[in-house]
Design a protein around this ligand. Structure first.
Ligand code: PGA
Length: 255
């Protein structure tokens, strides 16, 4: 694992932006795996600014998002379809027909998972998968105890995850209980993984992911098996790591 500890959140987001833009500029037909959540908002805002400044084009890029809530339609204001459209897709030159998310209201959820996997394969596989991490160590919506070999399927969300996501739903509206998510096996198939974690509330999950045993108790620890995984953190999210001196020696301030 490449562990890049940046001085603060801004520096971490800037570092991640640079990696994504370099990836797309080197591979104009990149297949990006995208993530949602609060951590990604400032990252996508910076990517939009870089696009507007002419530093990158997404005209040939294909995207696959990690997950979508079950039971809400794509046009729902809190769906990940809406999040992606409002925060990223409508601001850049991507061909909307090449953007993919699982459908949150499929006729047959099992078939939808299989269809999504087949679409990723048909696109040639994911070249760079962007990831956040939950306080409980989840990646995508692969909650603790998810099979480390899992593929896109339905997961029941933990109460921790539902509570974390409640802030994005209008008061009185029930937060979804289920999601369709790429599996851990799907994520590990990406040729590169880039996980971003900022803030002290991610410190325990980050330590378990990087230095703990590989275990379904911390789904992100499966990234220890990946040959090309980069973890970008700020100092707060890195505060529970034991080998910080070594990571800083290899990549001072995440450079
Ligand atoms: P967050 O979510 O960026 O909103 O903290 C990360 C995640 O749950 O994967």
């Amino acid at each position: 694992m490449k562990v890049l500890i940046c001085p603060d959140r801004d520096a971490a987001i800037e570092r991640a932006k640079g990696i994504i833009i370099d990836h797309v500029n080197a591979r104009p037909k990149a297949v990006l795996g995208l993530a949602t959540g609060g951590t990604m908002v400032p990252l996508y805002e910076r990517i939009v600014s870089a696009y507007q400044a002419g530093a990158v084009s997404f005209a040939g890029v294909t995207t696959f998002n990690l997950d979508e809530y079950i039971g809400i339609p794509p046009e729902h204001p809190c769906s990940y379809h809406t999040y992606m459209r409002d925060i990223l897709f409508r601001h850049i030159d991507i061909d909307q027909s090449r953007t993919h998310l699982p459908h949150g209201m499929p006729d047959d959820v099992d078939a939808e998972g299989e269809r999504y996997e087949a679409e990723i394969t048909a696109a040639g596989g994911i070249s760079l998968q962007l990831l956040g991490i939950g306080k409980n160590g989840h990646i995508g919506f692969n909650e603790p105890s998810s099979s480390l070999a899992s593929r896109t399927r339905v997961k029941t969300l933990t109460e921790t995850t539902r509570n974390a996501n409640r802030q994005y739903f209008p008061e009185g509206e029930e937060t979804p209980r289920f999601a369709l998510t790429m599996g851990i096996g799907t994520i590990l198939d990406a040729r590169e993984c880039l996980l971003i974690a900022t803030g002290a509330d991610k410190a325990q999950a980050v330590a378990d992911m990087i230095e703990g045993p590989v275990s379904a108790a911390c789904p992100a620890s499966a990234l220890q098996f990946h040959r090309h995984a980069t973890i970008i953190t700020d100092e707060e999210a890195a505060s529970q790591l034991r080998l910080t001196d070594y990571y800083q020696h290899v990549h001072p301030d995440g450079i």
